[in-house]
Design a protein around this ligand. Structure first.
Ligand SMILES: NC(=O)c1ccc[n+]([C@@H]2O[C@H](COP(=O)([O-])OP(=O)(O)OC[C@H]3O[C@@H](n4cnc5c(N)ncnc54)[C@H](O)[C@@H]3O)[C@@H](O)[C@H]2O)c1
Length: 348
């Protein structure tokens, strides 16, 4: 059966990653692409030879020949489009974050549970070689009780200049929501999603209103900049574990980008993506490294292939909405804590 795909949002992520991803799926076809900007839709159609474009996503939902809706608009529009698509019985792949509030995630979750369509959140980092290796390793090698984790999504001068990222009404937040969501999801997935119970957070605009750090992805509108460029959080989980999360777009640091997580357990620690594994055997310290799995395609392609496989073979969602509820409850609480200046209790 050919999977007929409709895309909503014809921006950077679709151009760089989703179109190559869908083209790697046997018997899948992108039949319609939608963007509120006619120019963006036309450019995508021209560059990738797509058969048809439109400017209202409801056209895709009303088309009975379309099986899958791929949502890649700015974050704010994810909720109405995903809800509409699930109600129309479509399978839905939605870019991260699924939504920017727990209220919206719960609403989407209810619709997903009632829909005949399958919903997957596009957490592509889980499909990268180092992440797959770490997950496989942890399925057989117990770290003991993981009591702490350190999670980074920190960049030196990689700030997305598009309005959809810097206008809080469109993005729902800065780097915490944009890239914190990637590293946090990855770390929680490796930890088997313990439940967060208390969160302290801090957000700040340290550089993005000025001109000190040149953005490698181009200039942004300083006046429109309404989100943080730095966020940190301290999280307590119901199993007694804690986590420190740091997310930023601009910062004086050595690495251009550091996406990483280290899990500390009583029997060993493991770092992603370096694969460093430290333990002690019979009072002897041991350092070792697990290697990334080989033979994988780019992570977005593996993600889309996994989604198509789940649809075709009746498998559960490779990244279900319940995982996003856990992730967003933490990010939401970081913002709330930063706003109120106190620790926030979380219930999921
Ligand atoms: N997983 C990843 O690696 C990754 C990377 C980048 C972005 N993203 C996510 O993908 C999404 C899009 O990011 P991007 O970088 O492509 O942004 P972008 O700004 O380049 O593109 C977004 C496009 O959506 C269009 N749009 C806005 N509202 C719309 C609507 N209601 N209906 C149809 N089209 C609409 C805009 O005109 C624009 O062309 C965001 O949610 C972002 O978080 C994920």
């Amino acid at each position: 059966m050919t999977l007929k795909v409709g895309i909503v949002g014809c921006g950077v992520v679709v151009r760089k990653y989703h179109i190559p991803g869908w083209r790697a799926v046997p018997d899948a076809e992108i039949v319609l692409a939608c963007d509120i900007s006619r120019q963006a839709a036309e450019a995508l159609q021209r560059d990738f030879g797509l058969p048809a474009i439109c400017s209202d996503y409801r056209e895709l939902l009303a088309d009975p020949s379309i099986d899958v809706i791929d949502v890649a608009t700015p974050n704010k529009f994810h909720t109405p489009i995903v809800l509409g698509a699930l109600e129309a019985g479509k399978h839905v792949l939605c870019e991260k974050p699924l939504a920017t509030t727990t209220q919206s995630i719960r609403q989407i979750g209810k619709a997903a549970d009632q829909s005949k369509g399958l919903l997957m959140v596009a957490q592509n980092m889980r499909f990268s070689p180092a992440a797959v290796a770490a997950k496989q390793f942890l399925e057989h090698q117990d770290l003991g009780r993981v009591y702490h984790s350190r999670v980074h999504a920190i960049r030196r001068n990689l700030m997305p200049p598009q309005r959809g990222f810097i206008d809080p009404d469109l993005s729902g937040g800065g780097p915490c929501m944009d890239i914190g969501v990637h590293a946090l999801d990855l770390a929680l997935w490796l930890m088997n999603f313990p439940k967060p119970v208390r969160v302290s957070g801090k957000t700040a605009v340290n550089f993005a209103k000025g001109y000190d750090i040149p953005g490698a992805w181009g200039e942004w509108d300083r006046d429109a900049m309404g989100v943080e460029d730095f966020a940190s959080g301290f999280i307590h989980f119901d199993n007694g574990a804690t986590m420190i999360l740091e997310a930023c777009w601009l910062q004086h640091q050595k690495e251009s980008e550091d996406f990483s997580a280290t899990l500390f357990g009583h029997r060993g620690s493991l770092s992603w993506p370096s694969g460093e594994y430290f333990t002690a055997v019979n009072r002897t310290l041991v350092d070792s490294t697990i290697l990334p799995v080989t033979g994988l395609r780019p992570s977005h392609t593996e993600e889309i292939v996994a989604f198509a496989d789940a649809i075709r073979n009746g498998k559960p969602s490779p990244v279900p909405w319940t995982d996003s509820l856990n992730v967003i409850s933490i990010l939401e609480a970081i913002y709330e804590s930063a706003r109120l200046g106190r620790e926030i209790r979380v219930e999921i």
